[in-house]
Design a protein around this ligand. Structure first.
Ligand SMILES: [Zn+2]
Length: 348
C-alpha cells in the first residue's frame, strides 16, 4: 500500500542522490557513432542498420547528469515533438550543465504512416517491445537500440506521450515504482518537479530488466528514473499542449540543475494510486456520458453501448470513486475492450 509519507520520508536521501549523480559533461559525449564535444550542440539523423532516429545532443559546458527526453514512441502524439524542437533551438550549450539527449521521434515509420501507436513495418507497439532484440522485427530493433545506446548512456528519462487520435485525456505524468526505495523516491521527486498537476503512481510493470516491456520501465529496471508524460490529445498540435510539454522539459532540467534559472512555483500535485479501466461487455457503439476531469462515484453511469441497430445493450457504471483521466472517442467497441481510464486518488 502506498502512502504519501513513504515518499516524503525519503526526501533527504533523494537530495543526496541528486548531488551524487555521476558527472559526464567533462568530456566529449558519443551517441550512435557521433561525438559531440563539451560546449557543443549537434542535430543529426542517427543511423544503425535499418533504424533512423532524429536526435539532438547538447553537451553543456558544466558538469551535470545526462537527461534523455523522447517524443514519438507513438508516431501520432505530436505536442512533445514540437516542444522538443523548440527546446533544442532555444538552448545554448555554453550556458548549460550536463548532457541533454533529445530523441525527437522514436517511431519514424509510425509518424509517416499516420498510425495510432503502431509501427506499420510490423504492426507492433514500440512501448511494449522492450528491451528489444537486435535480430528481431523492426520495432524490436528500435527497442534494443534505445535500451543500449540511449538509456544505457542516460541518467534520467522522460518518455513524452499524448492521447492518440482516438482519445481525450487529462494531462498527467506516470511516476513508476519498482521496490527500490531510493530510486522510487527520486523518481517521485522528479515527477513532482515536472510541474504536472496529476501524478499517477505506477507499479504494475515487471521488475526484471530482461522483460522490461515499456521504455520507462527499461530505465527503471536499470536503476534510472523514467517518467511517462501524457500531454495533449486527439492527435492535435495545439499551442497550449506544446507549451505545457516545453514547460515539463525545462522544469526537468531545472530540477537537475542543468539550467541556471529557478523553476516557477508549481500547483500542488494530486496523486493517484491506481487507474481503473472499465470495460464493455457488449459489442457495438460506445458513447461516454462523462468527460475528462469529471469526478465520478462508484456505480455512477459513465457511458452506454448500443448495438448495430441503435438499441441500448449496456449502461456502463464506474467501478470506483475517481477522476476521469482518459476517454475513448471512437464509437467502435468490442466485448472486453476498455472504454476509459479513471484515476483513484491516493488514500491518506
Ligand atoms: Zn503514447
Amino acid at each position: 500500500m502506498l502512502s504519501k509519507n513513504n515518499f516524503i520520508s525519503s526526501a533527504v536521501a533523494v537530495l543526496l542522490c541528486i548531488f551524487s549523480v555521476p558527472a559526464k559533461a567533462n568530456g566529449p559525449f558519443e551517441l550512435m557513432g557521433v561525438t559531440i564535444d563539451t560546449g557543443e550542440k549537434s542535430s543529426y539523423l542517427a543511423q544503425e542498420k535499418n533504424v533512423s532516429l532524429p536526435v539532438t545532443v547538447i553537451n553543456g559546458s558544466g558538469e551535470g547528469p545526462t537527461l534523455l527526453l523522447t517524443a514519438g514512441i507513438h508516431g501520432d502524439e505530436f505536442p512533445s515533438m514540437y516542444a522538443l524542437q523548440q527546446l533544442q533551438q532555444s538552448l545554448d550549450p555554453k550556458e548549460m550543465n550536463g548532457v541533454l539527449v533529445v530523441l525527437h521521434l522514436a517511431n519514424l515509420d509510425g509518424f509517416h504512416g499516420n498510425r495510432i501507436a503502431l509501427n506499420p513495418k510490423d504492426e507492433k507497439n514500440l512501448n511494449r517491445e522492450f528491451p528489444g532484440s537486435a535480430d528481431g522485427t523492426p520495432t524490436e530493433q528500435i527497442a534494443e537500440l534505445l535500451t543500449r545506446e540511449f538509456i544505457g548512456k542516460a541518467d534520467f528519462l522522460i518518455d513524452m506521450h499524448s492521447g492518440s487520435a482516438n482519445q481525450t485525456l487529462l494531462n498527467h505524468v506516470y511516476s513508476p515504482f519498482v521496490g527500490d526505495e531510493e530510486l522510487d523516491a527520486l523518481t517521485f521527486e522528479f515527477a513532482k518537479a515536472t510541474g504536472m498537476q496529476h501524478i499517477v503512481m505506477y507499479g504494475d510493470r515487471p521488475r526484471d530488466p530482461n522483460n522490461s516491456i515499456s521504455y520507462p520501465n527499461t530505465a527503471m529496471t536499470r536503476g534510472k528514473p523514467g517518467l511517462t508524460t501524457e500531454i495533449g490529445h486527439l492527435a492535435q498540435t495545439d499551442e497550449k499542449s506544446v507549451a505545457e510539454a516545453l514547460d515539463v522539459a525545462k522544469n526537468a532540467m531545472y530540477f537537475l540543475k542543468m539550467l541556471p534559472e529557478k523553476p516557477k512555483q508549481h500547483a500542488e500535485a494530486i496523486i493517484y494510486e491506481t487507474i481503473k479501466y472499465p470495460k464493455s461487455s457488449k459489442t457495438g457503439f460506445f458513447k461516454a456520458s462523462v468527460v475528462i476531469g469529471d469526478k465520478v462515484m462508484t456505480g455512477q453511469d459513465i457511458g452506454i453501448v448500443t448495438d448495430y441497430f441503435g438499441n441500448l445493450v449496456e449502461t456502463l457504471k464506474s467501478p470506483v470513486n475517481g477522476t476521469v483521466m482518459m476517454v475513448n472517442q471512437m464509437p467502435a467497441i468490442k466485448n472486453g475492450q476498455s472504454v476509459m481510464a479513471i484515476g483513484v486518488e491516493i488514500s491518506e
